[in-house]
Structure formats: structure tokens, C-alpha cells
Design a protein around this ligand. Structure first.
Ligand code: G4P
Length: 526
């Protein structure tokens, strides 16, 4: 095997999907702890706090107690290199979350044992399904009382439409939580609470029939045997192929805060999760072990380091090896750039990249030329697709306080919307500038940044738009007719694509019924 293939095969690039409060931050921290990237639990939160204290527009983030940043963490486990792409937890930033999911090869779904499948998880699973992303599942907080495990798996299967294969099974929960039984290793891992943030391996009892189990678990041993019998009969068996094709999710139980069940997860990532695979470009599929470098930008983040007021473009490497100082082609604008100062993201610092491989994420300094969705190659025209824009659900008309700043407003809005947190719509019938967002906080962030970065003050007006749809038609004549008749409700988005502005769901439905030859799309792929 070539050196490049070896590096590719050991990469695991993933994100965590969950509803807020299920334990994503805690798990992230514990994964890093076990992966040796940090020495003591607590430092992830510490890192966030430090960033808050020094950043300026992110002060808002601190005030509201949420995280609007996305970062990348690299760590090792069992000769694998894991790239964990953090996604903002707050729902206002879901566009970023969605795009981050286009840059991963698999995902970890975290579910709170007491709450089961929640709204955000459903939404994020829909996004994962667009690319049939393989999903590992962790059911968290078994140290608390929760719902019956069987009932939870049923809920995952029926609501999320994915088969569940329990890999471990909990022994009691809450006060009676004694550990988990690993169905495939036939061993019991005993639980002991560990809050201090140190690594501790669980005590293992081999074999379900081991009399030692009865000693330790007392009457829970017999209960466990009966339950396992039942579970084996009633649930799906793990099957690698079904996992990799997104049909089935292996399920693990544990308690992140107590460091329990984390190693089994890491082992599963190393053993089962997919390494980078060929990726679809408009022209052809690009295999990761092609000699030539290629990658695409899935996110642009402003002001990550307040010491430099720059923007960082996050690029996922799809093929070839990245070497410091190499020349790559920025395909959209047809320009070669030499990349001497790309950065990698470690848990506690940013470092200059010397080399990086498919599956890795590197950060490019962006001075306004890079957009979300841009492809970079080592020569050769390629365009990676699949980065979605979602129809926003909230809309505001931008009103400038000083009319003389109109040019600066246009520039600011164009650049900020290119980062992708908000979308810009320009109605055909007038000169309004309408912002669309998935969450209301994005409006505040945009106004704040317009003021601090572009010196433009604006306020927002309410506007009677309920949702938008990107419109297209196979028959250009039909589209022209639609454009004439629906002119007052049409706009262009930031990329110049035609959108229909619907002032209510009913209006949208009626319009769709009236125009059967027009496609109304709720997402647009970059
Ligand atoms: P999130 O990023 O998904 O929003 O969740 P986060 O990790 O912040 O966890 C949400 C809350 O759940 C936190 O409590 C966290 O300590 C708790 N938690 C995480 N894992 C477990 C677990 O295995 N068992 C129990 N019992 N609790 C768990 P908090 O009180 O909201 O925050 P904090 O004051 O502890 O930071």
C-alpha cells in the first residue's frame, strides 16, 4: 500500500449530532481526553471561555451563553487519526451545522436516555440522510433515570427510520446502573462513577454465565441474562455493510460525564467507521488516493482569533497530499495561490500545517476571495457539489440608518452572506434588501458585524414573508410565463438564483398547485 493510502485508511472524519443538552460538549471533551489531545477534562470549556473573553463580536455569544463557533479537533486512537468537526449547538446556527455535515464521512448521534429522539436530532438526521452518512449512536446519561432502552430503540427506528443494532446493553439505570454488557465481546463492563476527568478503564467480567456476575450484580445478573436473551431475539444484528450504507446504526450506552462507554465508542470508530471515500464532483468521482490534491470549502468563519481580524476558510481535503507551501488552483476564479500558512486545529491551539491528508480539515486565510463551496485543486478543473442552502424561515427587511452608506451596506451584506449564516434576497420589483435566516440570532450577528466590520448601521423591519422556494422548470417557456405572472413574489438570491417569496404556507401550496410544471425546491445545492 502506498504511503498516501495508509494515511487515508487511518483517517476518520466525523461530527456529533444531537439536541442541545444531550451531552455533546461533554462527549467531545471525553473523546479528546481519551484520545490524548487534552490532559484534563474541563479544558474544552476553559478554551471556550478564554475565547469568549478576548473576542469582540462573539461577546454576544457569551451574553447569550451559546456557542456560535465551529472548530475542528484532531486526535488519535488505535493508530487511527480522528477528525472531529464540532458543530454549533444552538439551533440558530443550523446552516453551519448542515454544511459541516457535508464535510464528514460519518456521524455520532447522541441521545439523552430520559428524552429520547428530540427535534434537532430529527432535522440533523434528515441532513445526514441526504448523503447516506453512516451513524453511530450513543445513548447518554445512564447514571440517571430514563426510559426503557427497548422503547428508545423503537423510537429511533420508527422516528428516524434507521435500524438499531445494540452493541452494548445497559445493566439497570439511575441508582441501579451497574454497567453495560457488550453483546459481541460477551463481557460485562462494570460502572464506577468518575467525575474527576481522569481516564479509568472499567473493570471487565468475561462471559454472561460467569458466576462472578452474580456476586457483583446480585439479582440484576439474572435480570440481565433474561433481558439479553430477549434483546438478541428482538433487535437487529450488527452488520457492517448496512451501517456503512446508512441503513443501520450500532448503538452504545453509557454516561459521558462519568467517562463510561467512551472507549467502546472510540474503538467502534477505529474499527467500523469509514475512511474517506471517493467524492462526487460535477465532472467525475474523485478518489482520495489520486495523486493530485483537491478539496472544498464548507465553512467560513470570521474573527476566530481576535488578534488577527481575518476570516478562516475551512477546507476538507478530498484527494492527494497537502504540503506546506504548495501551489493550488482556486477553481472558481481560476487563480493559483501558494499556501504557506494554512492552519490545523488542535484542541488548544492553531498550528501551521506541514502536511495533511484526505479527511483532514485545514484552514486557509481568506481576505474576501473564498466562498463557501469553492473547490481547490492541484491543477485540473473540478467542482465539488452537495453543499446545501436551506430555505430560511425568518425574514427581515434591512433599513439603512445613513442612506449615504448604501454601497458599504451592499458590500458588507454580500460578504457576510457569502459566509453563509444568512441569505440575501433581492426582490425583482424593487430595491429592497431582504435577509433570510434559520434562526433569529443570525440577524443580530449580521447587524453587529455590519457595524463593527463595515461601519454600517442598520435596523430591521418586519416583512410578510413566510418561506422561500428556489424555482426551476424543464421548459424555459413555462418558467418565463411563471416569471411574468408571479413577478411581484419573485426575487434573486445572493447567487443570482430565482426564488419565490411566499407570504404564507397556504399561498405556497396554492401556487405549487397552480403551476405543476414549475419545481419549487426547499434547498439549493451550491
Ligand atoms: P450539549 O453540548 O449537548 O448541549 O450538552 P453538555 O455536554 O453541555 O451537557 C448538558 C448537561 O448534561 C450538562 O449539565 C452535563 O454536565 C450533563 N451531562 C452530560 N453527560 C452526562 C451524563 O452522562 N450524566 C449526567 N447525569 N449528566 C450528564 P449542566 O448542569 O447543564 O451543565 P454543567 O453545569 O454540568 O456544565
Amino acid at each position: 500500500m502506498s504511503a498516501l493510502s495508509t494515511e487515508i485508511n487511518r483517517r476518520r472524519t466525523f461530527a456529533i449530532i444531537s439536541h442541545p443538552d444531550a451531552g455533546k460538549t461533554t462527549i467531545t471533551e471525553k473523546l479528546l481526553l481519551f484520545g490524548g489531545a487534552i490532559q484534563l477534562a474541563g479544558s474544552v470549556k476553559g478554551r471556550k471561555a478564554a475565547r469568549h473573553a478576548t473576542s469582540d463580536w462573539m461577546e454576544m455569544e457569551k451574553e447569550r451563553g451559546i456557542s456560535v463557533t465551529t472548530s475542528v479537533m484532531q486526535f488519535e486512537h488505535k493508530d487511527c487519526i480522528l477528525n472531529l468537526l464540532d458543530t454549533p449547538g444552538h439551533e440558530d446556527f443550523s446552516e453551519d451545522t448542515y454544511r459541516t455535515l457535508t464535510a464528514v464521512d460519518s456521524a455520532l448521534m447522541v441521545i439523552d436516555v430520559a428524552k429520547g429522539v428530540e427535534a434537532r436530532t430529527i432535522k440533523l438526521m434528515e441532513v445526514c440522510r441526504l448523503r447516506t452518512t453512516p451513524i453511530l449512536t450513543f445513548i447518554n446519561k445512564l447514571d440517571r433515570e430514563g426510559r426503557e432502552p427497548i422503547e428508545l430503540l423503537d423510537e429511533v427506528e420508527s422516528v428516524l427510520k434507521i435500524n438499531c443494532a445494540p452493541m452494548t446493553w445497559p445493566i439497570g439505570m439511575g441508582k441501579r446502573f451497574k454497567g453495560v454488557y457488550h453483546l459481541y465481546k460477551d463481557e460485562v463492563l462494570l460502572f464506577s462513577p468518575h467525575h474527576e476527568g481522569k481516564i479509568a478503564e472499567a473493570e471487565v467480567i468475561k462471559g454472561l454465565d460467569n458466576p462472578k456476575l452474580d456476586e457483583v450484580l446480585k439479582d440484576q445478573a439474572e435480570e440481565l441474562r433474561e433481558e439479553i436473551e430477549l434483546v438478541k431475539g428482538a433487535s437487529h444484528e450488527f452488520n457492517l455493510e448496512d451501517y456503512l450504507s446508512g441503513q443501520l446504526t450500532p448503538v452504545f450506552f453509557g454516561s459521558a460525564i462519568n467517562n463510561f462507554g467512551i472507549i467502546e465508542l472510540l474503538d467502534a470508530f477505529a474499527e467500523y467507521a469509514p475512511a474517506p471515500k471517493p467524492r462526487q464532483a460535477e465532472q467525475r468521482d474523485v478518489a482520495p488516493d489520486e495523486g493530485k490534491f483537491s478539496g472544498f470549502v464548507f465553512k467560513i468563519q470570521a474573527n476566530m482569533d481576535p488578534a488577527h481580524r481575518d476570516r478562516i476558510a475551512f477546507m476538507r481535503i478530498c484527494s492527494g497530499k497537502f504540503d506546506k507551501g504548495m501551489k493550488i488552483n482556486h477553481v472558481r476564479i481560476g487563480k493559483n495561490i501558494q499556501v504557506g500558512n494554512a492552519i490545523t486545529f488542535q484542541a488548544d491551539s492553531r498550528k501551521n500545517v506541514e502536511e495533511a491528508y484526505p479527511g483532514d480539515i485545514i484552514g486557509l486565510h481568506n481576505h474576501g476571495t473564498i466562498q463557501v463551496g469553492d473547490t481547490f485543486t492541484q491543477g485540473g478543473k473540478l467542482k465539488f457539489g452537495g453543499i446545501p442552502y436551506f430555505a430560511p424561515e425568518l425574514f427581515r427587511r434591512v433599513v439603512l440608518k445613513d442612506p449615504l452608506r448604501s454601497k458599504a451596506l451592499q458590500k458588507g451584506l454580500t460578504q457576510l452572506t457569502e459566509e453563509g449564516a444568512t441569505q440575501l434576497f433581492k426582490p425583482l420589483k424593487n430595491n429592497d434588501l431582504i435577509l433570510g435566516a434559520v434562526g433569529v440570532l443570525q440577524f443580530d450577528v449580521t447587524a453587529h458585524r455590519l457595524k463593527t466590520e463595515y461601519n454600517v448601521e442598520c435596523v430591521y423591519d418586519a416583512i410578510g414573508i413566510n418561506t422561500v422556494r428556489w424555482v426551476s422548470a424543464d421548459d424555459p417557456a413555462k418558467l418565463e410565463e411563471f416569471k411574468r405572472k408571479a413577478y411581484d413574489n419573485l426575487a434573486e438570491d445572493g447567487g443570482g438564483y430565482l426564488v419565490y417569496l411566499a407570504n404564507s404556507r397556504v399561498n405556497l401550496q396554492l401556487t405549487e398547485e397552480r403551476w405543476p410544471d414549475i419545481q419549487f425546491n426547499a434547498t439549493r445545492e451550491l
